[in-house]
Design a protein around this ligand. Structure first.
Ligand SMILES: Cc1ncc(COP(=O)(O)O)c(C=O)c1O
Length: 459
């Protein structure tokens, strides 16, 4: 068996390249459990002091016991519960991924074709910079901001928008909030409920979340709450809004509501942070971008966090981008250099593969047509499910009709904690503790079972 001292040395001895700073680091390094090699020499040629006694090194190395156990992510825990359920008729409405009518989450045909092309043509995997694949970032811009949309045409023409690639929409939201913080924002207004990770990221960054009601109990947007928030927000604040397909409610602002919101945002002087994670899954690629473009047309500066993980089905490949709009094009470089520095310190550079596949699709009109076709099919299926829910009218005490007009993957079923538990235990229907359901988890084969279960637990 190896002695404790020798095993500690093999872990803690720095690699040869790192040894040049060992003298400098000596006093603090010893306190932190750093053990120089007996044979190691200072640059002066003097031998370094002898290693610490193993007992002291052991004492210094137990910092990690200070960490308190954290609760598992509730949604990920739900996946496991669902997987462990032996019942044949169980229904998974938990995790937010698209599912076909057969319950699958397949790789897009357009992605498969692009990956094949990537395999054949990619001749290097050498590092890119912290900005990632700028070909991808730029190829996506016409879809997000339009090619000839009157709301954004001048902005694009003036070169007032630039972006960088991020690890998924989560990386984009993280970077958007970190940039806002770096620019002096300390408080972020956001409608609640929201995607739980928004609050977690704000908390992690030390930003204060100023919540307001996103929706009313009647299943529509709470415009009064938003207007009150915008009246209170000012310079030094940010306002985070979902671009479309609100997670978890599916309740979006209509174009005419965006028309009201955009000037109020501009008047407030707060920094808009627009999270567009589901473009194309609501009403269509153009329609779902209305809010983002409408806000950009009105304000001098904004940040857009974008995810390709849902609308290209790339979830685990982590594909996203963050875009910054400034009043003048020549202000962009300074802002993005902050983005690059933050990215370098966090993840260095984003994963390449998924974004490269998206770029290959966007560069080829045939693959674009295939991708948009697949997206249409997904959206159409979710519309059918929503129409069927709405047509059911009510299930027990729950009015399902508002779901027909909601968008994207999610809706909230207003159930109590006990009713959600009964859905799971009695009926094998797995949904988030917030009452959120993934509409795409419903099929023409299980939707009646779901409606009957809701009726039963609320009877
Ligand atoms: C509103 C919202 N923003 C961002 C994200 C992050 O997406 P990604 O999976 O690309 O990290 C999600 C994912 O669920 C989301 O719902």
């Amino acid at each position: 068996m190896r002695s404790l001292a020798s095993s500690a040395r093999s872990f803690l001895t720095p690699a040869p390249a790192a040894r040049s700073f060992s003298l400098l680091a000596l006093s603090s390094g010893l306190a932190a459990g750093y053990l120089p090699c007996a044979a190691e020499k200072a640059p002066s040629g003097q031998p370094l002091p002898l290693p610490l006694a193993p007992a002291k090194a052991m004492r210094a190395a137990i910092m990690l016991t200070n960490l308190k156990a954290q609760p598992a992510d509730a949604l990920l825990a739900l996946i496991k519960l669902h997987n462990d359920d032996p019942r044949a008729g169980k229904i998974d409405l938990g995790v937010g991924v698209y599912r076909t009518g057969q319950g699958d989450t397949p790789v897009f045909g357009a992605i498969k074709a692009a990956e094949q092309r990537l395999l054949e043509t990619q001749n290097s995997k050498a590092y890119l910079g912290p900005e990632g694949d700028m070909g991808f970032v730029h190829a996506l811009m016409p879809y997000v901001f339009g090619t000839a949309d009157p709301m954004t045409k001048e902005i694009l023409g003036a070169g007032r928008i630039e972006g960088m690639q991020t690890p998924g929409g989560t990386g984009a939201v993280r970077l958007a909030l970190a940039l806002a913080k770096q620019a002096g924002v300390s408080r972020v207004f956001m409608g609640t409920p929201s995607w739980p990770n928004h609050a977690q990221i704000m908390n992690d960054l030390g930003l204060t979340l100023q919540g307001f009601a996103h929706n009313t109990t009647g299943g529509v947007v709470d415009m009064e709450a938003l207007k009150d928030a915008l009246a209170e927000a000012g310079p030094g604040d940010a306002v985070l809004l979902h671009g479309c397909c609100h997670n978890p409610t599916g309740i979006d602002y209509s174009p005419s509501q965006w028309d009201e919101i955009a000037p109020l945002l501009a008047k407030s002087g707060a920094l808009p942070l627009l999270d567009l994670a589901y473009q194309g899954l609501g009403h269509g690629m153009e329609e779902d971008a209305y809010g983002v473009r409408r806000v950009l047309a009105e304000v001098p500066e904004a940040i857009v966090a974008y995810s390709c993980d849902k609308n290209f089905g790339l979830y685990r490949d982590r594909v996203g981008a963050v875009y910054v709009m400034m009043a003048e094009a020549d202000q962009l470089a300074a802002v993005l250099s902050n983005g690059h520095a933050l990215a370098r310190a966090a993840w260095s550079m984003p994963p390449d593969h998924g974004a490269a596949a998206v770029r290959l699709i966007l560069e080829d009109p045939k693959l674009v047509a295939l991708w948009l076709d697949e997206l249409d099919t997904m959206r159409e299926r979710m519309r059918q499910v929503r129409a069927k829910l709405a047509a059911a009218g009510s299930a027990g005490k729950v009015d399902l009709t508002p779901m027909g007009g909601q968008n994207g993957l999610f809706s909230i079923v207003p159930l109590t904690g006990e009713q959600i538990m009964a859905m799971r235990e009695k009926h094998g229907v797995y949904m988030a503790g917030s009452g959120r359901i993934n509409v795409a988890g419903l099929t023409m084969g299980n939707i009646d079972q779901f409606i009957a279960a809701v009726a039963d637990v609320t009877a």
